[in-house]
Design a protein around this ligand. Sequence first.
Ligand SMILES: *Cc1c(COP(=O)(O)O)cnc(C)c1O
Length: 403
Amino acid sequence: MEYPIKDNIAKRVTAMNQRVEEIRSKDLYFYNQTIEELRGGSRVLVNGREMGMYASYSYLGLVGHPKINQAAQKAIEKYGTGTHGVRTLAGSLKIHQELEETIASFKHAEAAITFTSGYVTNLTVVSTLVGRGDYVISDKLNHASIVDGCLMSGAKFLRFPHNDMTALEQRLQQVPDGFAKLVITDAVFSMDGDLINFPKVVELCRKYKAWLMIDEAHSVGVLGEKGTGIEEYFNMPNTIDIKMGTLSKTIPSVGGYVAGSKDLINYLRHASRAYIFSAALPPAQAAAAKTAFEVILEEPWRIQKLRANTTQFINGLRARGFDTMLTETAIVPVLCGSDEAAFSMTRVAQRNGVFVLPVVSPAVPPGLSRLRATVTAAHEPQEIEQAMDIIEKAGWEVGVLQK
Ligand SMILES: *Cc1c(COP(=O)(O)O)cnc(C)c1O
């Protein structure tokens, strides 16, 4: 369509619409599809067709867990569906306090604070902790919410190539004496499924007296025998200063949190703008999140099953000839190459009953477009085997696999 104004805003709007339209016209557009029903944790109904779900972050299969649903329903009966506004004024409910205590205990921290999304948590926490005159140092593959928080903070923003510890040390040495430094990274990288070199990052932060913030969006419920995350996995308790996570992935709710020392959390409660100027989490979501942390500890079989499923999925895809990059977790990239190849793989997989989605540039570097497949504790081994056969068939058809 023609805009009356012809400026850069109009240009960008038109360019994006053209790109979407071009992909749609080739029948390669699979984003924003409506899921009509969840059928158990592992199957979904999309456009009237049942498919295996391989794009879920509900790693432990907790969406729809009866105890969690019940907790949400009870919270609605008790508190209704909304809050009275922001936490600082009338918005703090008993259920928020209970949730924050549960998170603090789960993360072995003195205290915790919650926000209304993980994205907002990174934005507000990074930009509250550092500002002009400070330094923030970030892995190049960190999540967009971390990048945005760093940019918004106004601190000097230094990046190091993914997991390159020599480069991280150089960045730390670059900071002049006496300046505050915050190092921030994902525990598990959201596009690649690999882990940060945590022991080395901790060592470097101590050596150079930098604060350490770790985003555990994809490691809670995934790493460690109890699923409490990266400190447990490496048996290095009490090493992270700012333990960030989301309530929207393994935890089947919405929201974000930070756990840490009492003083740090109290500071954030009085200084972070997303806490002070944005409404509290709804009671049902707070109750669901609290109960989910309890269920993780009560049902450790889910973590074992996730681990077995992950091994089966990664090994099976590799054996079929796919490049799954450096993943060690439930996020399994299936490298396709071009955006077009990733879109085509998606189409063939979905036509054959595997709900999986592509990640293309600029979310990942050009040429490294992929299916970003995930496996959860809700899958059964034979379902995973069938899904891998379908992905393999797509690989041959599209040419991602070659003789
Ligand atoms: C998903 C994600 C977030 C954002 O969490 P939301 O609760 O979805 O806003 C932050 N960091 C990482 C690494 C994520 O994968």
